[in-house]
Design a protein around this ligand. Structure first.
Ligand code: NAD
Length: 474
């Protein structure tokens, strides 16, 4: 049954009498209503964040850590309820939703331990110079629909740890679990430090351009990222952008076919392919192409596509109609061009739910849309290559630069290739692993700045250098 959810502003759970429906992508039923906020609510939230900043920015690292740990505990203690709600609104299978919820709690706990230490630049008879980090102020966080909880937490926690306060906007497609977490952390976070408000996409530019917001941290598409940068330029807001990717995986001839087939499959099809760092182009050496593509296709046939709340589902629906239509368009384009399908390709639009069958393409050309564009769906192109030089050039031939992977029996060779890829993250013989302590960010048009680790934390602060001349008044 559809339930009404509230926003969190200044420590209070509020509604404004205007609502937006949220739909379960597995059956297109409305499962909840959330407030449709605009300028008035945003102004209230920003004013509350500004007031709270005065005291929060003066708190000790220990106090901030305690609050972040409280957020982690609230999520972990309610994981069972939260992961079911996440599946209902996002579509991902229960096991993957559990992974996101526990992952978000783990991230909050891990990031709560990060500290920005002062740096001594000079300390001698002449002067003492030190660099400290000071929080930028009020942060505007804007989140997409593919990992709504993880993305919210990876903005809220570092903001708090660095001494900032935040106004966060979930995606209009997936606000429910975040708003349930807002209820759960209401008594954990001091009033005004964390404000969560929902609205249509049109709320985004109001945040980006708000004169009393000092920094924007955004995860979403490259197209929207460019608008954010433009909007933030009026008053030179600080920005962190985590954007799209067209991530290449390279499989060398010495890779163990049976071992990598399943891993390659999940590197593309976890979350129905809706991951910024999912393997979106897979280049396989010609010596093992036939054997490996057959093994991936064979494995794919064992995976169930369906409602994420049903036992045994491996791939859920696409999260929303717009993205569903886009993925269908890419499949149709592949058909129109006569590309060969190893698996899938036949979509049945008659039932309810945004289901796309697992689809694998056999060696489409480099300029095929499914290769050149970010598909963000359960459609994977496998391509053949001959030489290392050629495959590195093909992998780098993209405006994106988010992530990539190399699969090989020789990890040193993997690293040699990894170092030639123009991406912020490269895995050798694994996939999708992100450390809370290592920077995550895109090269080229995949982003601006980084999240996670000390580098991520620094983006919520300004450096301030204080220099004291010694014996000046002697
Ligand atoms: P999107 O850009 O459409 O929306 C993201 C958020 O921005 C939503 O909350 C939306 O309401 C808001 N928004 C929309 N228009 C806006 C505007 N003009 N100004 C400010 N905010 C606005 O992205 P999406 O479709 O939700 O997510 C899919 C994209 O996100 C993919 O391209 C994917 O690769 C990318 N992504 C990147 C990462 C990463 O870490 N690099 C992670 C997840 C997703």
């Amino acid at each position: 049954m559809a339930k009404d959810y509230t926003n969190l502003i200044d420590g209070e759970l509020i509604t404004n009498g205007q609502w937006m429906d949220v739909v379960n992508p597995a059956n297109e039923e409305v499962i909840g209503r959330v407030p449709a906020c605009g300028k008035d609510e945003l102004d209230r939230a920003v004013a509350a964040a500004r007031r709270a900043f005065k005291t929060w920015s003066k708190t000790s690292p220990e106090e901030r850590q305690k609050v972040a740990q409280g957020i982690a505990a609230a999520i972990k203690d309610n994981a069972d309820e939260l992961f079911r709600l996440l599946t209902a609104e996002q579509g991902k299978p229960h096991a993957q939703a559990q992974g996101e919820i526990y992952g978000a709690a783990g991230l909050a706990a891990a990031q709560s331990t990060l500290r920005l230490e002062e740096v001594i630049n000079q300390d001698d008879d002449e002067r003492l110079s030190r660099t400290r980090r000071v929080p930028v102020g009020v942060v505007g966080g804007i989140v997409p629909w593919n990992f709504p909880v993880m993305m919210a937490i990876q903005k809220i926690v570092p903001a708090l740890i660095s001494g900032c306060t935040i106004v966060l906007k979930p995606s209009p497609f997936t606000p429910l679990t975040t708003l349930r977490i807002a209820e759960l952390i209401k008594g954990v976070v001091p009033a005004g430090t964390v404000n969560i408000i929902t609205g249509e996409d049109s709320l985004g530019p109001l945040i980006t351009q708000h004169p009393d917001i000092d920094k924007i941290t955004f995860t979403g598409s490259t197209a929207t990222g460019k608008k954010i940068m433009e909007g933030a330029s009026a008053d030179l807001k600080r920005i962190t952008l985590e954007l799209g990717g067209n991530d290449a995986s390279i499989v060398l001839p010495d890779a163990d076919v049976q071992k990598v087939a399943e891993q390659l499959f999940w590197s593309s099809f976890t979350n129905a392919g809706q991951i910024c760092v999912a393997a979106k182009r897979i280049y396989i050496h010609e010596d093992i192409y036939d054997e490996l593509s057959a093994a991936i296709a064979e494995y794919a046939k064992t995976v169930k596509v369906g409602d994420g709340s049903e036992q045994g589902t491996g791939v859920g629906p696409i999260q929303n109609k717009k993205q569903y239509d886009r993925v269908l368009e890419l499949i149709q384009d592949a058909k129109d061009n006569g590309y060969k399908f190893l698996v899938g390709g036949e979509v049945d639009p008659s039932g309810s739910g945004y289901y796309v069958p697992i689809t694998i393409l056999d060696n489409p050309p480099e300029d095929a849309r499914i290769v050149a564009e970010e598909q963000f769906g359960p459609v994977m192109p496998l391509m053949k290559f001959s030489t290392e030089e050629e495959v590195i050039a093909r992998a780098n031939n993209s405006e994106y630069g988010l992530a990539g992977a190399v699969w090989t029996g020789n990890p040193d060779k993997g690293v040699e290739i990894a170092e030639q890829l123009e991406t912020g993250t490269v895995w050798v013989n694994e996939y999708l692993h992100l450390s809370p302590f290592a920077p995550f960010g895109g090269h080229k048009q995949s982003g601006f700045g980084a999240e996670y680790g000390i580098d991520g934390l620094k983006e919520f602060t300004y450096p301030q250098v204080i220099t004291v001349k010694k014996n000046a008044m002697a």
